[in-house]
Design a protein around this ligand. Sequence first.
Ligand code: HEM
Ligand code: HEM
Length: 241
Amino acid sequence: MYQNSQDITIRVWDFPTRFFHWALAICVIAAFFSIKAAGTTEGWVANAGIAWMDWHVLSGYCVLSLILFRIIWGFTGSYYARFSQFLKGPASIMQYFKGNHDSLGHNPLGALSVIAMLAVFGFQAFSGLFTTDDIFTNGPLVHLSAGFSKTMTSLHRSNEPVMIILFALHILSIVFYRVFKKKKLVSTMITGKTQVSPENNYVQATDNLRVFIAGLVTLAVTSGFVYWISTLGASSSGSFY
Ligand code: HEM
Ligand code: HEM
């Protein structure tokens, strides 16, 4: 979207969606960093005296809470945050490839990557609940079934390259939009706003105190639920719990 002086500012992402996104990015990166740090035996990371495995489990719980939040928000959030607004069938995806697509929010192809990321990172956090390193750290639901825990531990490990590929595609597509389509998606995800020409009559997303409180309550409920799961079994080597 090229900018011109007639453009108006329009609200696309509400605060809860933006908070979700940047918190998810931080927690996923923290989960990766901490698991790699936990396996390091030399250097400052190993000698820092930090229980990295506990941080891994904690950041994983945060990812799970956030993704559960986003699933609910996909039904209750403001206009562009709703799945019904951006999940389109194959016909719309074909139209998008032909260049016949001009709307705000996620485009039909980007929507697929959003769903893929929610599913893959959500699965990673879910499988973590059943994952064990057979030494100190058990997910809180490991005790439910030894066989299921074995399968989940193996999937928790083998999902790593899938997550890395999705992350790389995510960043590459954002760079592609910036360079070739001149769209500043990152600043829209930070401020929630973008510039459009007025004749398109785009819908404004609602982003007021009511939306903020609804987001806060939803996140409190999903975090409370995940906290409750974390109490169902010994989940880590101990310094947090
Ligand atoms: C592991 C880290 C990350 C994960 C798991 C992740 C995941 C996601 C997800 C699930 C969405 C959909 C948002 C929603 O509708 O709720 C999204 C959108 C977005 N992400 Fe990320 N993200 C990550 C890192 C980043 C980084 C580092 C950047 C900036 C360079 C970024 C920029 C964006 C932008 C601009 C959008 C909006 C795309 C659009 O307008 O359609 N993300 N991301
Ligand atoms: C989205 C969040 C998460 C990410 C990105 C993630 C990532 C990873 C990765 C990549 C590994 C493999 C490390 C390796 O073999 O080098 C791993 C191992 C592990 N994770 Fe997670 N994890 C997440 C959530 C969780 C949660 C919620 C728990 C527990 C409640 C957990 C517990 C474990 C344990 C115990 C291991 C060690 C398994 C082993 O010894 O092979 N993870 N995690």
